[in-house]
Design a protein around this ligand. Structure first.
Ligand code: PHE
Length: 353
């Protein structure tokens, strides 16, 4: 009897090694430890062995049955694992390109602002910044804007009430009225007060005016340019703007000055660039004129230099300022200013970067 038990175990082990499917494993289980399995039946034959050996045989039989059951269990897990791996291979195609997680992009305005800064950095300018909340002094007084100038009007400027009560003090010396800066020109003042010529900066940023209609937003963006040194002339300004067009638009455009007035420059001008789309031959974007109005510029007024502690007898300089919003609209042919500030994802998605 014990011999037959050993024989059965050997046979079982050999058969188990061949089993690769759940069905075959089940058949093997039935054949050995099922109701009529060969191991099960051996137990029924216990009566045939001498009583003295029965106890030892019983213990041996139990061990064999436990071992077989453990081996079956292990094999079952193995087969299951293999089947799962096969399924996964079928479902997950490792050669497929991965799904892209949804990704945001920079606002078109931010993209333009950065490109503008990068262009001017290449031309030798630093990027300067100033606060959105500005003292009247830097926003108007030191820029030679008369006290009764219409831009100071409540209609155009956002004044900030009672700074004292809010514990705010502007960085100007005396207590003064605060405004949301109406242009980036106060960054000229901040820069000239803290740096010595030669000064070459651009200052991009948000600006604010009480304007709100189809073509104006109360918050908009400008970029200021400032160059101060000995012997700087309007010719330098024109050359710089032309070099700017070459880098920014990829080809040199014409620069046209039209005499104009800003209190902080003398002479002052508005400047136009040759239309970057038709290169001057006339198209719908430049309304056939071949030029596009860009912004204001001029030679920094001696009074402004003096207000900042720069001697106008020694130094001269020029400044320019233009809108980034309109430039962005032109570059991407965006039809309405509103679109830029509504945060509509369907609009923003069209400007991947
Ligand atoms: N600050 C002016 C504006 O907002 C633009 C400008 C800047 C004009 C520098 C001349 C020189 O309209």
């Amino acid at each position: 009897m014990p011999n037959r038990l050993d024989q059965q175990v050997e046979q079982f082990n050999a058969a188990l090694a061949q089993v690769t499917t759940a069905e075959a494993l089940y058949e093997l289980e039935v054949a050995y430890v099922g109701k009529k399995g060969s191991i099960t039946l051996l137990k029924g034959e216990m009566g045939k062995i001498p009583p003295a050996e029965r106890k030892a045989f019983g213990a041996a039989w139990n061990r064999v049955r436990d071992a077989i059951e453990a081996a079956l269990e292990q094999r079952r897990d193995f087969i299951k694992g293999e089947a799962r791996a096969r399924d996964l291979e079928r479902i997950v195609d490792l050669t497929m390109p991965p799904l892209r997680p949804p990704q945001g992009s920079l606002h078109p305005l931010t993209q333009t602002r950065r490109r503008l800064s990068e262009t001017f950095i290449r031309l030798g300018f630093d990027v300067a910044v100033g606060p959105h909340i500005e003292g009247e002094r830097f926003n108007f007084d030191d820029l030679n804007v008369p006290k009764d100038h219409p831009t100071r009007d409540m209609q155009d400027t956002f004044f900030i009430e009672a700074p004292r009560m809010h514990g705010l003090t502007p960085d100007g010396p005396a207590m003064q009225e605060l405004v949301l800066r109406t242009h980036t020109s106060p960054v000229q003042i901040r820069t000239m007060r803290t740096r010595k010529p030669p000064i070459r900066i651009v200052a991009p940023g948000a600006t604010f005016r009480c304007d709100d209609d189809a073509t104006h937003s109360p918050m908009f963006h400008q970029i200021e340019g400032l160059y101060i040194d000995e012997g700087v002339t309007l010719a330098d300004l024109k050359a710089t703007l032309m070099a700017f067009t070459e880098d920014f638009f990829g080809h040199r455009l014409e620069v046209r000055f039209r005499p104009s007035f800003f209190p902080f420059v003398e002479p002052g001008a508005e400047f136009d660039l040759g239309c970057p789309f038709c290169r001057g031959s006339g198209c719908s974007l430049c309304k056939g004129s071949g030029f596009i109005e860009i912004g204001g510029c001029g030679m920094v007024h001696p009074k402004v230099l003096s207000a900042c502690g720069i001697d106008p007898e020694i130094y001269t300089g020029w400044a320019f300022g233009f809108g980034i919003d309109r430039m962005t609209m032109m570059l991407h042919r965006i039809p309405h200013l509103r679109l830029m500030f509504e945060g509509d994802i369907r609009f923003l998605e069209q400007f991947p970067c």
